[in-house]
Write a protein that binds this ligand. Structure first.
Ligand code: BGC
Length: 250
């Protein structure tokens, strides 16, 4: 494998997936390798699992990694759905040392958003674009003319007195055994809220549940923003993580 190849790793609640990425095409350069996320997902055990994924490809070169929480300059700041050991950790430093490779860490929804806006459903779209990922939580990535505003954390907006993701994530649908129609009402309520605050012209729905978009997108009400499914689906996190390795940081 070429020494300059870029690698992306998507760290999720159930799996850690990685692959070399073709940055020009915005797609995986080889089939991804997945290992189960260790439980508890402490930094040490996750780093060991990531090492296994990267070594599977004998990769040498920069590695981009997603994290399901706030990431500021490589430090993980929150851990809503993961082990509290990640709070205020120099995650980038830890990955760099363990992998002995250049590492860049960013929020998972921001990574998915970067990939969707460059190569997927948001390609060529000017103005305000919001990418929302529905999974264990709700992730958000906000773009203005293609530029990311990182760590927006819109899954934690308050909805009916609760964290919005507790009511409207894909996990909430399963937890409360909601029908697609019942869940769509909650998603609509959430979209009303974000639309009131940000007036996006395009909302891209990602996360695992976007694979089943035909079950719920047609049930959502008409709104000013166009609401479309993510185009890259499962690979968006890996592609976006790899894209982040070459980006300037704020
Ligand atoms: C976290 C976000 C993350 C989202 C999706 C939320 O609970 O706070 O940082 O993007 O879940 O994983």
């Amino acid at each position: 494998m070429a020494a300059t190849q870029v690698f992306g790793v998507d760290i999720g609640g159930s799996g850690i997936k990685g692959a070399p990425v073709d940055l020009a095409r915005g797609e995986l350069a080889a089939p991804r390798h997945k290992v189960l996320t260790p439980h508890p997902a402490s930094p040490e055990s996750v780093v060991a699992a990531v090492k296994e994924v990267v070594e599977h490809f004998d990769h040498q070169g920069p590695v981009g990694l997603t994290f399901p929480g706030v990431v500021v300059r490589g430090h993980t700041r929150t851990a809503a759905n993961v082990d509290p050991g990640w709070i205020d950790l120099d995650a980038e430093g830890l990955f760099r040392e363990t992998l002995d490779l250049p590492a860049t860490v960013l929020n998972d929804a921001d990574a998915a958003g970067l990939a969707e806006v460059a190569h997927g459903a948001g390609r060529g779209e000017a103005g305000v674009v919001l990418v929302l990922t529905f999974g264990t939580g709700i992730g958000s990535a906000l773009f203005v003319d293609g530029t990311l505003v990182p760590n927006t954390e819109l899954g934690h907006l308050e909805l009916r007195g609760k964290d919005a993701e507790r009511r409207a994530s894909a996990a909430a649908r399963e937890r409360h055994e909601l029908s697609w129609a019942e869940w769509s009402v909650r998603v609509d309520e959430y979209l009303d809220l974000v639309e009131r605050l940000f007036s996006p012209q395009l909302v891209i729905i990602g996360g695992g549940v976007s694979r089943k978009h035909e079950k719920f997108l047609p049930l959502l009400k008409e709104r000013a923003a166009r609401v479309v499914p993510a185009a890259l689906r499962n690979d968006a996190g890996i592609v976006g993580a790899a894209m982040a390795t070459g980006r300037a940081r704020h």
